[in-house]
Design a protein around this ligand. Structure first.
Ligand code: UD1
Ligand code: MG
Length: 474
């Protein structure tokens, strides 16, 4: 079948009231993407000519997301007639009038459905000349789902919704997964015959299947091998369960690809993250967004990386980093906070209780302890003393600092930006650097030290300090 004869409809118009949220259900995220993002990514991977999300509830917010991330999708707006059948009817109306072929229907709230399952469903549908093919699952607790009614010889007859089922039907454990393939023209026609005489007063898509049987067309229902693939999310308990399962699968796929993950249960990896072979991830680590980690790097324990690139062999411990690049062989943490625009060169170091922002720190340069580096460029092989503050903000504007290569700055310095320090320069401990320092100079502006002889003995008589001083003198 050519892709011009395939359309994929993704249902996302429902209110999702069971989520109890001001965020629409399909915009809740797992593994770094909204539920709808997962569904549309799968739909888009089928190579169909048309991907048609159907929306209504919080329309503009969802439409904006679709237009930004899935610009090829054609949005269909559901009207005020409720029900999955009406939703699909609105989607069919958004297709070109001369469209013929197969229509896949999935849901925006079923994030784990994969391309392979849909492809084999489409194959089974086309091979057997069916008007509809329905994916089902056999579950322990069928409550809430539509039940699959079959004849004594196992042939599909119809789907009865939970709220419309009698006691005997409620016992059935094979349920409608909400994933279908239909012949477009036959479905269009069948939906015109479907009413809304049911417990919810809605136009059910599921009734189109019974209508097709009634008209003498072939309909099949096939059970999915792995129930997680069709797990639908209706509330936040299911959101948590499906998020954990997806994360487990993401971790497992990376383990199979050669990544050591010591504790998958405390490691959370977005679908958008890339990891090289022989990366090691230690417990309590969150890898998010477009984070990319090169081979040999060790990340964790307790690290959060959002859109961060980590170079080969780098080590990152107990760190929170966003929008940053960590060079090969570099070392970060423990207790480091890297804000956007941080770039640490190869073999560099950002150490304990150091915060950086918009800071380019060259290869081999180190900011080891208790410092803030903002709006700064540091050359190669320089060392920033403990407790240094780059004073980049004058209360109104931000200013830049530039530190050369092979610079040694003393402990407890303040660099009042804008400031430039040349290659090979030194600064003394406690210096407040307000003027540029030429290459090779030593900057110091601390007042000479005076020691007031026996001040403690005279001014603090009787104290332990005075007594200790006495003892030391005699
Ligand atoms: C639906 C099926 C049920 C199946 C279950 C699987 C029907 C009538 N019932 O029930 O047989 O077992 O899914 O998860 O189809 N939606 C719209 N427009 C609407 C109503 C819903 O686009 O007017 C969308 C929702 O946003 C959602 C999907 O359709 O993505 C399913 O809707 P939901 O309300 O969750 O249906 P269920 O009661 O779960
Ligand atoms: Mg549902």
């Amino acid at each position: 079948m050519g892709e011009q004869h395939l359309a994929v409809v993704v249902l996302a118009a429902g209110a999702g009231t069971r989520m109890k949220s001001s965020t629409p259900k399909v915009m809740h995220e797992i593994a770094g993407l909204p539920l709808l993002g997962h569904a549309l990514a799968t739909a888009s991977s089928l190579g169909a000519a048309h991907v048609v999300p159907v929306i209504r509830h919080q329309r503009d917010l969802i439409a904006n997301y679709i237009e930004t991330y899935f610009p090829h999708a054609v949005i269909a707006d559901q009207d005020e007639v409720p029900g999955t059948g009406r939703a699909v009817e609105c989607a069919l109306n958004a297709l070109p009038e001369d469209f013929t072929g197969a229509v896949v229907v999935t849901s925006g709230d079923v994030p784990l459905l994969d391309v392979a399952t849909l492809e084999s469903l489409i194959d089974a549908h086309l091979a057997g000349g069916f008007s509809a093919t329905i994916l089902t699952s056999i579950v322990e607790d069928p409550a809430g789902y539509g039940r699959i009614i079959r004849s004594n010889d196992g042939k599909f007859i119809q789907i009865i919704e939970d709220r419309d089922a009698d006691a005997e039907q409620l016992e059935i454990t094979e349920v409608n997964a909400g994933v279908y393939v239909f012949d477009a023209a036959l479905l269009r026609n069948a939906l015109t015959k479907v009413g809304s005489h049911n417990a919810q007063g809605e136009k059910y898509l599921t009734d189109a299947a019974a209508e097709l049987i009634h008209e003498g067309f072939k309909v099949q229902a096939l059970a999915v091998a792995d129930n997680w693939l069709v797990a639908g999310i209706n509330d936040r308990v299911q959101l948590g369960e499906v998020a954990a399962e997806l994360n487990y699968r993401i971790c497992e796929a990376w383990q199979v690809a050669g990544v050591t993950i010591q504790d998958p249960s405390s490691t959370w990896i977005d679908v958008t993250v890339q990891l090289a072979q022989d990366v090691t991830i230690l417990p309590g680590t969150y890898l998010q967004g477009f984070t990319k980690i090169e081979t040999g790097a060790v990340v964790g324990p307790e690290v959060v990386l959002v859109d961060v690139e980590v170079g080969e062999g780098a080590k990152v411990v107990k760190t929170h980093a966003t929008g940053s690049k960590i060079g090969a062989g570099a070392s970060v943490g423990p207790f480091s906070y890297l804000r956007p625009g941080t770039e640490l060169g190869a073999d560099g170091k950002i150490g304990t209780f150091v915060e950086t922002k918009n800071a380019k720190i060259g290869a081999g340069s180190k900011v080891p302890h208790l410092s803030y580096v903002g709006d700064a460029t540091i050359g190669e092989n320089s060392n920033i003393g403990a407790g240094t503050i780059f004073a980049n903000y004058d209360g109104v504007k931000k200013h830049a600092s530039s530190i050369g290569s092979h610079v040694r700055t003393g402990s407890h310095n303040v660099f009042v930006a804008p400031i430039t320090i040349g290659d090979g320069a030194y600064t003394a401990a406690g210096t407040v650097v307000r003027k540029d320092v030429e290459a090779g100079d030593l900057a110091m502006n601390v007042a000479p030290q005076r020691n007031l002889a026996d001040w403690v003995i005279a001014k603090r008589p009787g104290t332990a300090a005075a007594e200790a001083a006495h003892k030391a003198k005699n």
